[in-house]
Design a protein around this ligand. Structure first.
Ligand code: AMP
Length: 294
């Protein structure tokens, strides 16, 4: 029997994406505990090698076949493909973590209030290609200053009039007296591969995506069990998203009450519980779901 080829997966070594990537993979039975100077983790699970590298290097690693697939921020992927129009990359799955946006921001007391006001100004960014593409589409001519960190400080030290940077909670902008003017790109973690990948690599990747997807789908889903009057079962649909066909069970010794089991695909919060109680639900149990397989 021929030995199965090892699947090479590039991951960010440290930073905003690495924690989410490791968390997701470990929930899929990989036991990844990268040490500081560990650049290669060989896993028995699915015969996989993990290459721990800088996130900026991931698209190039995959494109040049140094890795089969990689987990990267969509913003980094877009920047790479704009810079390398001959690339062979594609997004194979969106992974629903590390959500952020690439935005243009300026000081709150700046004369720059809209995209048009950027004409003739200097914008600091780590994403020059994405910014250039945006400015071209809006026919605005501005100077781009490339910085690889601390972009938010550029207006304060008067080396740029505005910035184009990733925003998540908005705290960094606020702390530096900056106001968001325009969102250029919405981003999240994505799994990328090569369009020209062999059938074997494609199949191995799809097996991995199936595992990742089952964990992603389960993340916000809850298994809910409760008791309720028979007549109020139909009202549950208005309160619990995804409650189209609940399991309804007879309760021993009760003619009007039934037990209902249902999977809710959206978060169940305290106001959901309050609404359930308002239609007479009792003995409510909300359980986490580990994996959801179609
Ligand atoms: P925040 O203060 O939460 O808006 O985060 C903004 C800072 O975190 C900026 O320095 C961004 O460059 C960085 N950042 C936010 N989200 C991400 C992300 N998903 N990937 C990489 N860097 C990010």
């Amino acid at each position: 029997m021929t030995e199965q080829k090892r699947l090479r997966v590039a991951l960010q070594k440290s930073g905003k994406l690495s924690e989410g990537s490791l968390d997701l993979l470990n929930k899929c039975s990989f036991k990844l505990r990268p040490a500081k100077n560990h650049y290669l983790i060989q896993s028995k699970e699915m015969n996989t090698d993990f290459l721990m590298i800088r996130d900026d290097d991931i698209p190039g690693f995959v494109d040049s076949n140094a890795s089969d697939i990689g987990i990267v921020g969509e913003n980094g992927y877009i920047e790479y493909i704009l810079e390398n129009p001959e690339h062979d990359l594609e997004i194979m799955a969106k992974l629903k973590f590390a959500a952020c946006r690439l935005s243009i921001a300026a000081a709150h007391d700046s004369e720059i209030k809209t995209v048009v006001d950027l004409a003739g100004k200097t914008i600091a960014t780590s994403y020059p290609e994405t910014l250039r593409d945006f400015l071209n589409k809006h026919q605005v001519k501005a100077r781009i200053l490339v910085m690889h960190g601390s972009v938010e400080l550029a207006p304060k030290i008067a080396i740029a009039d505005a910035i184009c940077d990733l925003v998540s909670t908005g705290t960094t902008l606020k702390e530096n007296g900056l106001v968001e003017l325009e969102v250029i790109l919405e981003s999240e973690a994505v799994l990328i591969g090569r369009r020209s990948a062999s059938n074997e690599i494609r199949q191995r990747t799809e097996e991995l995506i199936y595992r990742l997807q089952s964990v992603i789908d389960a993340k916000d889903s809850k298994y809910i069990m409760l008791h309720i009057d028979k007549d109020n079962v139909s009202k549950l649909k208005e309160i619990l998203p995804g409650c189209e066909s609940p399991t309804v069970l007879h309760l021993h010794g009760s003619d009007n009450k039934v037990a209902v089991h249902v999977v809710s695909k959206e978060g169940v919060f305290w106001d959901t519980i309050a609404k359930l109680r308002s239609i007479g639900a009792s003995s409510i149990l909300v359980l986490p779901i580990e994996k959801m397989m179609e």
